[in-house]
Design a protein around this ligand. Sequence first.
Ligand code: AGP
Length: 612
Amino acid sequence: MCGIVAAVAQRNVQKILLEGLRRLEYRGYDSAGMAVRNNQGELKRQRAVGKVQALADRLATDPLPGTSGIAHTRWATHGRPSEPNAHPHQSRERLAVVHNGIIENHEALRQELSEQGYVFESETDTEVIAHLLERESAAAGDLLTAFKKVVAGLDGAYALGVMAADAPDVVVGARKGSPLVVGVGSDEAFLASDPLALLQVTDRFIYLLEGDVVRLSAGGLIEIFDASGAVVDRPVQTFEHGDGSASKGNYRHYMLKEIHEQPAVIAAALEGRLGDRSVLVESFGPQAESLFKQVRQIHIVACGTSYHAGMVARYWLERYTDVPVQVEVASEYRYRRVVVPEGTLFVTLSQSGETADTMAALRFAMQQDNYLGSLGICNVPGSSLVREADLSLMTQAGPEIGVASTKAFTTQLTALMLFTLALGRVRGMPEDEQATLVEELRRLPSLCSEVLGLDRPIEAMSTAFAEKHHALFLGRGAHFPIAQEGALKLKEISYIHAEAYPAGELKHGPLALVDSEMPVISVAPNDELLDKLKSNLQEVKARGGVLYVFADENVGLSEADGITVLHLPHIHEALAPILYTLPLQLLSYHVAVLKGTDVDQPRNLAKSVTVE
Ligand code: AGP
């Protein structure tokens, strides 16, 4: 969602804050702002609607010099994108605050503060925090005491950074429901909602826990207080992915770079987890084997692309482990009465590990009786999901910046196949079957590279889509969720309405939509449903539909059939969902480029959805 960056440094912080905002822009991008305490002890602020560059342009003519500051890039929740609604919010020019998340009791607080004479300049929920701080600091005498009192009265989710005109070189922060990390510098200290923002100045981080409050002061002093108010020591961790991920390299967009990173990151997801002929169950943690032996049922819960990965896994898990699987979107799961048969494992997936609905679902699940435990599959070390799930498996995709998930999805699928094989192993899956899939997993990165070689023909294919308003994606079996993922990608970044159907369902309604104006895209691996799929494609063709098919090289579909066909190398049918995702990603990417949309930061979206 929104992004926070803050600094207490030995140097002018404007440049650090601005670079931090650029790196956080993927989280939210409708407005940005910065407040810095200058040498005269005044809080000075600049805000601008639009991308971070608009703020940079303002700062170029009207800079904000100072050694401590807070900054924010916004994704609107309360109040439209506008300068008055942009953060930081201030109270009487003495206090400034940046906030991610939602304050649920803001209306009551706003009324109370208005009655006490505070004048509101914005429509945001955040502004109440600035005024509450102003009110409490008068009584408390220092910023930290006032801040703790204010935070105790807030309902909802937040990551916060605040500063005060009368607190030189101090920034105070807190996290509850939204991520916040402390960057440890040399005699300097920083705060951010994502370590990526701070890799320009440090690779050492403290991941704050729920309820933590932190004070950064001059000389790099970092004091952390837990939810009970006690002083705590949190470990300093070194960020291991390097800083390369924060740049596009030679690629035009992060999304394209991340698509092309897939062979390497899938190999990284497999590294150290494959034995000669089976998956190493220990890679899921020391308790994994005994836990997996007790599994009788699995519930998979996630959002968006991660949900699609879970849908694919259902086909794998039921096919290879005989364990019944239920898959559900987190925003639905968290609000219904869930029947949990004994021996159920809760599995959750999240690229960010901070998605509000997914985290709420995990917490809700852990309060139910009968769950054996939880497995979190995640891409961000130290994230809430990793900390709170009983077992975790990192997907090793490295930071993903493009809002449309690509490498995060295929590494989630890879991790889910590892999970299938680990569970299969403890439940007696035939050894030959395990060995075959392990061998196929080893071939996967090079097959992915081969498919990425189809970039040019897919780019040529994309010209047929740029003027269209609708598209239909078809798949069968485990490729139905791949079709859904293809449709989501096209919607997200090209703004073309796209739907996905299991191909066998066409005749029950959506066939009525088929005409020459709606391209129909299908994936056709060489699996046991191929003949069924071919019949479904004939149904489309017979009604004047225009078909684009990504097909196995051996399936006997060719251009002569009056359809556009691109052939993919043969792959074991179980792993085909991973490989067939790649051409759909490339197709969406090229359509979006032709349409001239903002590929990496599509309108109305944010990378990490930390509000409900
Ligand atoms: C996918 O392209 C989207 N960015 C979105 O659907 C995303 O997968 C969803 O918001 C869940 O995010 P998570 O994996 O970080 O939990």
